[in-house]
Design a protein around this ligand. Sequence first.
Ligand SMILES: Cc1cc2nc3c(=O)[nH]c(=O)nc-3n(C[C@H](O)[C@H](O)[C@H](O)COP(=O)(O)OP(=O)(O)OC[C@H]3O[C@@H](n4cnc5c(N)ncnc54)[C@H](O)[C@@H]3O)c2cc1C
Length: 222
Amino acid sequence: MKANIESFEWLTKNTFFMKVKPEERVDFKAGQFMMIKAGGNEKPFSIASFPGEETIDFLISVHPDGTVTPKLAKMKKGDALEIGGPYGVFTVRDTTAKEIVFVAAGTGIAPFRSMIMDALQRFPKKKIKLMFGFRENFYFEKYWRELEHSYGNFKLCLCCSAPKGGWTGRAGRVTACLEEEIKDAKDKEVYVCGPPQMVQDTRETLEKRLGFGHEKIHVEKW
Ligand SMILES: Cc1cc2nc3c(=O)[nH]c(=O)nc-3n(C[C@H](O)[C@H](O)[C@H](O)COP(=O)(O)OP(=O)(O)OC[C@H]3O[C@@H](n4cnc5c(N)ncnc54)[C@H](O)[C@@H]3O)c2cc1C
Protein backbone atom coordinates (compact mmCIF):
# COMPACT_ATOMS: atom_id res chain seq x y z
CA MET A 1 0.00 0.00 0.00
CA LYS A 2 1.05 3.61 -0.46
CA ALA A 3 2.05 5.79 2.49
CA ASN A 4 3.00 9.46 2.60
CA ILE A 5 5.88 10.77 4.65
CA GLU A 6 4.45 13.21 7.19
CA SER A 7 7.74 14.10 8.85
CA PHE A 8 11.41 13.17 8.46
CA GLU A 9 13.99 14.12 11.07
CA TRP A 10 17.68 13.24 11.47
CA LEU A 11 18.46 12.29 15.09
CA THR A 12 22.17 11.53 14.52
CA LYS A 13 24.28 11.74 11.40
CA ASN A 14 23.12 8.29 10.27
CA THR A 15 19.82 7.70 12.07
CA PHE A 16 16.49 9.26 11.18
CA PHE A 17 12.97 9.19 12.57
CA MET A 18 10.18 9.10 10.01
CA LYS A 19 6.40 9.34 10.44
CA VAL A 20 4.29 7.97 7.60
CA LYS A 21 0.56 8.05 6.95
CA PRO A 22 -0.71 4.97 5.07
CA GLU A 23 -3.54 5.36 2.57
CA GLU A 24 -5.33 2.42 4.22
CA ARG A 25 -5.86 1.68 7.88
CA VAL A 26 -3.16 -0.61 9.31
CA ASP A 27 -4.16 -2.72 12.31
CA PHE A 28 -1.00 -3.84 14.03
CA LYS A 29 0.11 -5.13 17.42
CA ALA A 30 2.75 -3.31 19.44
CA GLY A 31 6.12 -4.83 18.45
CA GLN A 32 5.29 -5.78 14.85
CA PHE A 33 7.16 -4.55 11.77
CA MET A 34 6.34 -3.33 8.26
CA MET A 35 8.20 -4.00 5.01
CA ILE A 36 9.38 -0.78 3.35
CA LYS A 37 10.27 -0.74 -0.35
CA ALA A 38 12.92 1.44 -1.96
CA GLY A 39 14.56 1.10 -5.36
CA GLY A 40 13.07 -2.34 -6.07
CA ASN A 41 14.13 -3.89 -2.73
CA GLU A 42 12.34 -4.12 0.57
CA LYS A 43 13.43 -4.57 4.20
CA PRO A 44 11.61 -5.00 7.52
CA PHE A 45 11.44 -2.05 9.93
CA SER A 46 9.87 -2.17 13.39
CA ILE A 47 6.95 0.12 14.10
CA ALA A 48 7.95 2.66 16.73
CA SER A 49 4.46 4.12 17.25
CA PHE A 50 1.50 2.81 19.21
CA PRO A 51 -1.56 1.18 17.56
CA GLY A 52 -4.28 3.77 16.97
CA GLU A 53 -1.92 6.74 16.50
CA GLU A 54 -2.37 8.84 13.35
CA THR A 55 0.96 7.92 11.83
CA ILE A 56 3.19 4.83 11.69
CA ASP A 57 6.66 5.77 12.89
CA PHE A 58 10.09 4.31 12.14
CA LEU A 59 13.55 4.79 13.60
CA ILE A 60 16.06 3.83 10.92
CA SER A 61 19.82 3.72 10.84
CA VAL A 62 21.48 4.05 7.45
CA HIS A 63 23.99 1.47 6.16
CA PRO A 64 25.97 3.53 3.61
CA ASP A 65 26.56 0.53 1.31
CA GLY A 66 23.17 -1.08 1.92
CA THR A 67 20.46 -1.57 -0.69
CA VAL A 68 17.46 0.05 1.00
CA THR A 69 18.45 2.48 3.76
CA PRO A 70 20.61 4.84 1.61
CA LYS A 71 17.58 5.29 -0.67
CA LEU A 72 15.27 5.93 2.27
CA ALA A 73 17.80 8.45 3.58
CA LYS A 74 17.19 10.61 0.49
CA MET A 75 13.45 10.88 1.12
CA LYS A 76 11.72 13.92 2.54
CA LYS A 77 8.41 15.11 3.91
CA GLY A 78 5.64 14.77 1.30
CA ASP A 79 7.25 11.86 -0.60
CA ALA A 80 5.32 8.60 -1.11
CA LEU A 81 6.53 5.15 -0.07
CA GLU A 82 5.37 1.59 -0.64
CA ILE A 83 4.90 -0.34 2.61
CA GLY A 84 3.53 -3.81 3.43
CA GLY A 85 2.40 -5.57 6.55
CA PRO A 86 2.12 -5.66 9.49
CA TYR A 87 4.19 -8.78 10.19
CA GLY A 88 5.93 -10.45 13.12
CA VAL A 89 5.33 -12.16 16.45
CA PHE A 90 7.64 -10.07 18.64
CA THR A 91 4.81 -8.86 20.88
CA VAL A 92 4.37 -8.72 24.67
CA ARG A 93 2.87 -12.02 25.86
CA ASP A 94 0.65 -12.71 28.81
CA THR A 95 2.86 -13.82 31.66
CA THR A 96 2.89 -14.73 35.32
CA ALA A 97 6.31 -13.07 35.72
CA LYS A 98 6.39 -10.19 38.19
CA GLU A 99 8.95 -8.20 36.22
CA ILE A 100 9.39 -7.65 32.48
CA VAL A 101 12.77 -6.37 31.32
CA PHE A 102 13.31 -4.89 27.86
CA VAL A 103 16.94 -4.80 26.67
CA ALA A 104 17.83 -2.77 23.56
CA ALA A 105 20.83 -1.30 21.80
CA GLY A 106 20.77 1.45 19.16
CA THR A 107 17.72 1.46 16.88
CA GLY A 108 16.64 -1.77 18.61
CA ILE A 109 14.74 0.54 20.93
CA ALA A 110 12.17 1.18 18.13
CA PRO A 111 9.66 -1.64 18.86
CA PHE A 112 9.98 -1.07 22.62
CA ARG A 113 8.46 2.39 22.25
CA SER A 114 5.09 0.73 21.71
CA MET A 115 5.69 -2.60 23.48
CA ILE A 116 6.49 -0.90 26.78
CA MET A 117 3.37 1.28 26.56
CA ASP A 118 1.41 -1.90 25.83
CA ALA A 119 2.98 -3.66 28.85
CA LEU A 120 2.33 -0.68 31.15
CA GLN A 121 -1.33 -0.57 30.13
CA ARG A 122 -1.86 -4.32 30.45
CA PHE A 123 0.21 -4.99 33.57
CA PRO A 124 -0.08 -2.08 36.03
CA LYS A 125 1.15 -4.26 38.91
CA LYS A 126 4.28 -5.66 37.25
CA LYS A 127 7.69 -4.00 37.32
CA ILE A 128 8.68 -2.90 33.82
CA LYS A 129 12.27 -1.98 33.08
CA LEU A 130 13.99 -0.65 29.97
CA MET A 131 17.74 -1.26 29.72
CA PHE A 132 19.06 0.75 26.81
CA GLY A 133 22.60 0.76 25.45
CA PHE A 134 23.64 3.65 23.22
CA ARG A 135 26.68 5.55 22.04
CA GLU A 136 25.52 9.06 21.21
CA ASN A 137 21.80 9.39 21.35
CA PHE A 138 19.20 8.26 23.86
CA TYR A 139 16.36 8.02 21.35
CA PHE A 140 12.93 9.32 22.46
CA GLU A 141 14.38 10.57 25.76
CA LYS A 142 11.43 12.90 26.50
CA TYR A 143 8.98 10.03 25.93
CA TRP A 144 10.82 7.70 28.32
CA ARG A 145 11.26 10.38 30.99
CA GLU A 146 7.53 11.13 30.85
CA LEU A 147 6.68 7.44 31.17
CA GLU A 148 8.99 7.17 34.19
CA HIS A 149 7.24 10.17 35.71
CA SER A 150 3.71 8.83 35.00
CA TYR A 151 4.17 5.16 35.84
CA GLY A 152 5.66 4.30 39.22
CA ASN A 153 6.30 0.71 38.04
CA PHE A 154 8.50 1.80 35.09
CA LYS A 155 12.25 2.18 35.47
CA LEU A 156 14.96 3.22 33.02
CA CYS A 157 18.52 1.91 33.08
CA LEU A 158 20.76 3.70 30.60
CA CYS A 159 24.18 2.44 29.55
CA CYS A 160 26.30 4.81 27.48
CA SER A 161 29.26 3.23 25.70
CA ALA A 162 30.93 6.61 24.97
CA PRO A 163 30.13 8.81 27.97
CA LYS A 164 31.05 12.47 27.87
CA GLY A 165 31.44 14.91 30.76
CA GLY A 166 28.35 15.19 32.98
CA TRP A 167 27.05 11.67 32.28
CA THR A 168 25.70 10.22 35.53
CA GLY A 169 24.24 6.93 34.22
CA ARG A 170 26.12 3.69 33.70
CA ALA A 171 29.14 3.61 31.40
CA GLY A 172 29.78 0.64 29.13
CA ARG A 173 27.81 -1.73 26.95
CA VAL A 174 24.31 -2.75 27.97
CA THR A 175 25.38 -6.40 27.95
CA ALA A 176 27.91 -5.65 30.71
CA CYS A 177 25.18 -4.20 33.00
CA LEU A 178 22.83 -7.18 32.78
CA GLU A 179 24.08 -9.17 35.77
CA GLU A 180 24.07 -6.19 38.09
CA GLU A 181 20.65 -4.92 37.01
CA ILE A 182 18.74 -8.20 36.58
CA LYS A 183 20.53 -10.24 39.30
CA ASP A 184 18.55 -13.49 38.82
CA ALA A 185 15.88 -15.08 36.67
CA LYS A 186 13.24 -15.45 39.39
CA ASP A 187 9.80 -14.17 38.25
CA LYS A 188 11.29 -12.32 35.28
CA GLU A 189 10.81 -12.36 31.54
CA VAL A 190 13.07 -10.54 29.07
CA TYR A 191 12.61 -9.02 25.59
CA VAL A 192 15.78 -8.25 23.63
CA CYS A 193 16.16 -6.24 20.43
CA GLY A 194 19.24 -5.02 18.59
CA PRO A 195 22.15 -6.12 16.38
CA PRO A 196 22.84 -9.91 16.20
CA GLN A 197 26.00 -9.81 18.36
CA MET A 198 24.31 -7.84 21.13
CA VAL A 199 21.29 -10.18 21.09
CA GLN A 200 23.58 -13.23 21.23
CA ASP A 201 25.69 -11.80 24.10
CA THR A 202 22.54 -10.88 26.02
CA ARG A 203 21.03 -14.33 25.55
CA GLU A 204 24.26 -16.00 26.68
CA THR A 205 24.46 -13.92 29.85
CA LEU A 206 20.79 -14.46 30.65
CA GLU A 207 20.95 -18.22 30.12
CA LYS A 208 24.43 -19.13 31.36
CA ARG A 209 25.01 -16.62 34.15
CA LEU A 210 21.53 -15.70 35.33
CA GLY A 211 19.73 -19.02 34.80
CA PHE A 212 16.97 -17.89 32.43
CA GLY A 213 15.13 -20.67 30.58
CA HIS A 214 14.91 -20.31 26.81
CA GLU A 215 11.17 -19.64 27.02
CA LYS A 216 11.65 -16.57 29.22
CA ILE A 217 13.74 -14.77 26.60
CA HIS A 218 12.09 -13.23 23.53
CA VAL A 219 14.33 -11.77 20.83
CA GLU A 220 14.25 -9.75 17.63
CA LYS A 221 17.61 -9.25 15.95
CA TRP A 222 18.68 -7.28 12.91
C1 LIG B 1 12.24 -7.77 12.12
C2 LIG B 1 13.24 -6.69 11.78
C3 LIG B 1 12.99 -5.40 12.16
C4 LIG B 1 13.91 -4.40 11.84
N1 LIG B 1 13.67 -3.11 12.26
C5 LIG B 1 14.59 -2.16 12.02
C6 LIG B 1 14.38 -0.82 12.51
O1 LIG B 1 13.37 -0.51 13.16
N2 LIG B 1 15.34 0.09 12.25
C7 LIG B 1 16.48 -0.22 11.53
O2 LIG B 1 17.31 0.67 11.34
N3 LIG B 1 16.69 -1.47 11.05
C8 LIG B 1 15.77 -2.42 11.27
N4 LIG B 1 15.98 -3.69 10.77
C9 LIG B 1 17.12 -3.92 9.85
C10 LIG B 1 16.68 -3.61 8.41
O3 LIG B 1 15.66 -4.48 7.98
C11 LIG B 1 17.82 -3.75 7.37
O4 LIG B 1 18.38 -5.01 7.48
C12 LIG B 1 18.91 -2.73 7.56
O5 LIG B 1 18.35 -1.45 7.59
C13 LIG B 1 19.91 -2.77 6.40
O6 LIG B 1 19.21 -2.63 5.19
P1 LIG B 1 19.91 -2.16 3.84
O7 LIG B 1 19.09 -2.73 2.70
O8 LIG B 1 20.13 -0.70 3.79
O9 LIG B 1 21.31 -2.79 3.89
P2 LIG B 1 21.79 -4.22 3.34
O10 LIG B 1 21.79 -4.19 1.85
O11 LIG B 1 21.02 -5.31 3.97
O12 LIG B 1 23.26 -4.19 3.91
C14 LIG B 1 23.49 -3.90 5.31
C15 LIG B 1 24.95 -3.95 5.60
O13 LIG B 1 25.36 -5.28 5.57
C16 LIG B 1 26.36 -5.44 4.60
N5 LIG B 1 26.06 -6.67 3.91
C17 LIG B 1 24.97 -6.94 3.16
N6 LIG B 1 25.03 -8.18 2.68
C18 LIG B 1 26.20 -8.70 3.15
C19 LIG B 1 26.82 -9.95 3.01
N7 LIG B 1 26.29 -10.94 2.28
N8 LIG B 1 28.01 -10.15 3.64
C20 LIG B 1 28.57 -9.18 4.38
N9 LIG B 1 28.01 -7.97 4.55
C21 LIG B 1 26.84 -7.73 3.94
C22 LIG B 1 26.26 -4.25 3.68
O14 LIG B 1 27.52 -3.94 3.12
C23 LIG B 1 25.78 -3.18 4.62
O15 LIG B 1 26.83 -2.57 5.29
C24 LIG B 1 15.08 -4.70 11.10
C25 LIG B 1 15.32 -6.04 10.74
C26 LIG B 1 14.44 -7.02 11.07
C27 LIG B 1 14.73 -8.43 10.65
